[in-house]
Design a protein around this ligand. Structure first.
Ligand SMILES: O=C(CO)[C@H](O)[C@H](O)COP(=O)(O)O
Length: 214
């Protein structure tokens, strides 16, 4: 079953709680929460105070994607703010294995994300330690960018490696440029968790947009 995780980066921040409640009614499975620090990525979004203020707007899981340098400094804060799962970037961690276990030690599923130019092979040492791998299908930092086609090869390679290692339960997530057309391609290539921002929140009917991604 495909899990749809709308990214609130594309929501109207002036009524964020309502936007989250509405997207739950529209059929979302998880709420994708993009945290940006203006250092690891060239944009800023929001921090734990905003997350905790909207946590009660939904019963859905908050899937927190930390696009921040040295995320180990803030993992406890995001867990306390209401994150249900936390994903960190391989490129942002000095000690990736330690950081993933820091997340797991807080009782949360740990995810690892990679940028478009990072090869799948670098994930090999931590595949057994993660619940989710996020293949960025755009360069992180901004919504509304175009899907990078080479991502499909990376997805196929990741699925093969997970299957070969008996790890088919690991979620394979994609983020960036996902719409009805690219959704079909990434699902065929092995993704089972689809993040979509502008396609869902910018659609006249978010519920139709979510259905079209499944
Ligand atoms: O992580 C992100 C940017 O770094 C966003 O989640 C991603 O870009 C989704 O936006 P869109 O669906 O509009 O492409």
């Amino acid at each position: 079953m495909t899990i749809i995780a709308p990214s609130i980066l594309a929501a109207d921040f002036s009524k964020l709680g309502q936007e989250i409640a509405d997207i739950e009614k529209a059929g979302a499975d998880w709420i994708h929460v993009d945290v940006m620090d203006g250092h690891f990525v060239p944009n800023l979004s929001f921090g734990p105070a905003v997350i905790s203020s909207v946590r009660n707007a939904t019963a859905l899981a908050f899937d927190v994607h930390l696009m921040i340098s040295q995320p180990e400094r803030y993992i406890a804060d995001y867990a306390a703010a209401g994150a249900d799962r936390i994903t960190v970037h391989l490129e942002a961690c000095t000690h990736l294995h330690r950081t993933l276990h820091q997340i797991k030690d807080l009782g949360l599923p740990a995810g690892v994300a990679i940028n478009p130019a990072t090869p799948i092979s670098l994930l090999e040492p931590v595949l057994e330690d993660v619940d989710l791998v996020l293949i960025m299908t755009v360069n992180p930092g901004f919504g509304g960018q175009s899907f990078i086609p080479y991502s499909l090869e990376k997805l196929r390679e990741l699925r093969q490696r997970l299957t070969a290692r008996g790890l088919s339960g690991v979620h394979v997530q994609v983020d960036g440029g996902i719409n009805a057309s690219t959704a079909s391609l990434v699902r065929q290539a092995g993704a089972n968790v689809l993040v979509a921002g502008s396609y869902v929140f910018g659609n006249e009917s978010p519920s139709a947009a979510i259905s079209s991604l499944r």
